[in-house]
Design a protein around this ligand. Structure first.
Ligand code: FE2
Ligand code: FE2
Length: 266
């Protein structure tokens, strides 16, 4: 089974990149299921509205994962339970949204969950290892043979730690949140595919992880109260990984980075 995992889709450019570039990418890579992190897909780069979710799914994404911006759009609560969207399982006790999804692809059950790190992040969740164990057990109890964990975390060490903790127990642990694609994609010794960060989808080159220079400079260099504005013009890219999973063992055969420049039609 071929899984395409797409890193944090950022703002309108991120959704545009998917709309104009995802179809051909999926076709070229023979993708069976496409998962995308949508925590920044809203026009202001924070959260996910119902319209953003619909746009992303219409572009060919099957399951959307989230992160620390999960409840930034207030309306998220209204549609999260009805759509194939997974939110971090170890934060927001009692809040709405699914902690994992099991879906069927090519006659096989695929489980997807979302866990948030606890280091250098604004919302510090519950014990992520216990939560990961619970989510993996729940997905497998529902028959999932292929399992993917979106680990939304800041610290590279914490990302590797959870990946090694889950090595051999899940098909893939994919890092999100830092928006910078790392060059360490690998299949760990136990058979779990891993990358520290899948990268961001949208405008990366001309932005600071999605936001315009001006507001970020004013806040961090001048110490002023400044609002961050998403960059609207620049190089559109889809970043992520393609994972080849053995349907029988549920373990990864390979993982490779995707960094696709998308050109808009004239
Ligand atoms: Fe993000
Ligand atoms: Fe995040």
């Amino acid at each position: 089974m071929i899984i395409l995992f797409i890193g944090d889709v950022f703002g309108t450019p991120g959704r545009d990149a998917l709309f104009h570039g995802l179809y051909s990418l999926k076709k070229r890579e023979n993708v069976d299921i496409c998962i995308a992190n949508g925590e920044n897909a809203a026009s202001n780069g924070r959260g996910l509205s119902g319209r953003d979710a619909r746009d992303i799914m219409e572009s060919g994404v099957d399951v959307i994962t989230m992160g620390n911006h999960v409840w930034s759009c207030r309306e998220f609560e209204e549609f999260a339970d009805r759509l194939p969207i997974v939110r971090p399982a170890n934060i927001g006790r009692g809040s709405s949204g699914k902690k994992y999804i099991v879906t069927e692809v090519c006659g096989k059950k695929v489980g997807i969950t979302n866990i948030e790190g606890r280091t250098f992040i604004d919302i510090v969740g519950d014990d992520l290892f216990a939560c990961a164990d619970d989510m993996v057990a729940a997905m497998k109890a529902e028959g999932a043979e292929v399992t993917v964990v979106d680990f939304h975390a800041e610290a590279t060490s914490e990302k590797k730690l959870l990946a090694m903790y889950l090595d051999g127990k899940v098909s893939a642990v994919i890092g999100t949140h830092t928006h910078v694609q790392t060059a360490d994609e690998t299949v760990l010794p136990g058979g779990t595919a891993f990358i520290t960060d899948a990268g961001m989808t949208g405008i990366s080159r001309e932005s600071i992880i999605g936001m315009a220079y001006k507001g970020v400079y004013e806040k961090y260099a001048l110490g002023r109260k400044a609002s961050f504005e998403p960059v609207k013009k620049g190089t559109l890219e889809i970043r992520g990984v393609v994972i080849d999973v053995d349907d029988v063992t549920g373990l990864a055969r390979s993982v490779k980075r995707v960094a696709e420049v998308v050109t808009l039609p004239e």
